[in-house]
Design a protein around this ligand. Structure first.
Ligand code: AMP
Ligand code: GLY
Length: 427
């Protein structure tokens, strides 16, 4: 098969790495890719959001399957346009991807199909939102309706913080159009879990669980990021919890979207809160998580391509996947200053030495190669250093040993990725 991966992050490097090992893959392209992806795929200079460019390339090169990594091209309708052109695509239609693109839509679907999530109200007028917040009291959560790169959420512990968040989103223009509508919702207390499942429009197949660390600094302090590290499996996700998630969240969601005339093809990423009263949904994403995907791919024993293909064709029923029993743990190296402003094009050295242990894999996120072949940091989140071990503690040790060999003055990482799982393991 000729396969095209769309995207340029660590998630896409991990997917390309898994696809390139497949017996079914004869040729792999990535648009636009990064310096690490170059080692496993042919990178082509088309941006992930250039929907027409990707469709044209796919037609001209007789691509058999397009795997769409990030949410932006999904929301722009890339999967729809590929389908119209007769090209198989892994990723939801624009209408199905609204599950991630519009928090209001996601909340309405949960309410209609009986999926447990925080109580909520939608607002287009800041004064109405503030009145509602005063009535409910803190803690309370304020979210912009549209996509805001994971940064449009304020978990407000005080009333003042919540009222400020309304002003920032609706009148301050911090998030542009994404903040013209907001959702205000109940604060849920518990442990967070990311759960991934495939859907072919009708049938669903559980993948695996993971936990990520969204806060930028150790001890889960500081502003939220796209994710500073992740591990899989998540010890909090027992077999009972996985069954509960498939029966009470994933399958009702797949059935509901199909009933709404928006059948979902692709991966469903459920952000969950394990509370005292059971599993409740925080959010859905229409794609793999990043950095969660990297640890899932590390643990996947089965060939990835056949399952992507059967999901895209609506033929997932009966498909089974095998997983490695070990833990994979991913430490993100980010540019100093992230998630604020940071310097670009700084040089990274010693990646080969850092990845020399066979229990270590490094995926690139924001990198490019200079003309002389040096690896340059070009993004906020730059590298993913993944360690594998029989326990979380062992995987963590292996990952940090590799991190310490990377020579990059301009980067930093959290030193406590996996702390909750290590505590659980030691107890
Ligand atoms: P989201 O972008 O919706 O995943 O929100 C980002 C983060 O905010 C989540 O990972 C949670 O840590 C937190 N969060 C969002 N909604 C809630 C909620 N209703 N209660 C508690 N924490 C929340
Ligand atoms: N790591 C969270 C996300 O990909 O949204």
């Amino acid at each position: 098969m000729k396969i095209l991966m769309v995207g340029s992050g660590g998630r896409e490097h991990a997917l390309c790495w898994a696809i390139s090992k497949s017996e079914k893959c004869d040729k792999l392209y990535c648009a636009p890719g990064n310096a690490g992806i170059e080692d496993v795929a042919e990178c082509i200079a088309i941006k992930a959001e250039d929907v027409d460019g990707i469709v044209r390339f796919s037609k001209e090169n007789a691509i058999d399957l397009v795997v769409i990594g990030p949410e932006a091209p999904l929301v722009l309708g890339l999967a729809d346009k590929l389908q119209d052109a007769g090209i198989l695509a892994f990723g939801p239609s624009a209408k199905a991807a609204e599950l991630e693109g519009s928090k209001g839509f996601m909340k309405d679907i949960c309410a209609k199909y009986g999926i447990d999530t925080a109580a909520y109200a939608r607002f287009t007028n800041p004064e109405d939102a503030k009145a509602y917040i005063r009535e409910q009291g803190a803690p309370i959560v304020v979210k912009t309706d549209g996509l805001a790169a994971g940064k449009g959420v304020t978990v407000a512990m005080t009333l003042e913080e919540a009222l400020q968040a309304v002003d920032d989103a609706m009148t301050g223009g911090v998030f542009g159009d994404a903040g013209s509508e907001i959702v205000v919702e109940e604060f849920m207390e518990g442990e967070e879990l990311s759960f991934f499942a495939l859907c072919d429009g009708k049938n669903t197949l559980a993948l695996a669980s993971a936990q990520d660390h969204k806060a930028v600094y150790d001890g889960d302090k500081g502003p939220n990021t796209g994710g500073m590290g992740a591990y899989s499996p998540a010890p909090v996700a027992t077999a009972e919890i996985e069954t509960e998630v498939m029966e009470k969240v994933i399958q009702p969601l797949a059935d509901g979207l199909a009933a709404e005339g928006r059948p979902y093809i692709g991966v469903i990423f459920a952000g969950l809160m394990i509370t005292k009263t059971g599993v409740r949904v925080i959010e859905f994403n229409a794609r793999f998580g990043d950095p969660e995907c990297q640890v899932l791919m590390m643990r996947l024993k089965s060939d990835l391509v056949p399952v992507l293909e059967t999901a895209s064709k609506g033929e997932l029923e009966g498909h089974k996947l095998d997983w490695h029993d070990m833990t994979a743990l991913n430490v993100v190296l980010a540019a100093n200053g992230y998630p604020g402003s940071y310097e670009k094009n700084t040089v990274i050295k010693n990646l080969d030495i850092a990845a020399s242990n066979e229990a270590t894999t490094i995926f690139h996120a924001g990198t490019a190669k200079s003309d002389s072949g040096e690896i340059l940091a070009t993004g906020g989140r730059v590298l993913n250093v993944v360690g594998r071990g029989n326990t979380v503690k062992e995987a963590q040790k292996i990952a940090y040993e590799a991190v310490d060999k990377v020579d990059w003055e301009n980067g930093f990482c959290r030193r406590d990725i996996g702390w909750r799982a290590v505590e659980r393991e030691e107890a």
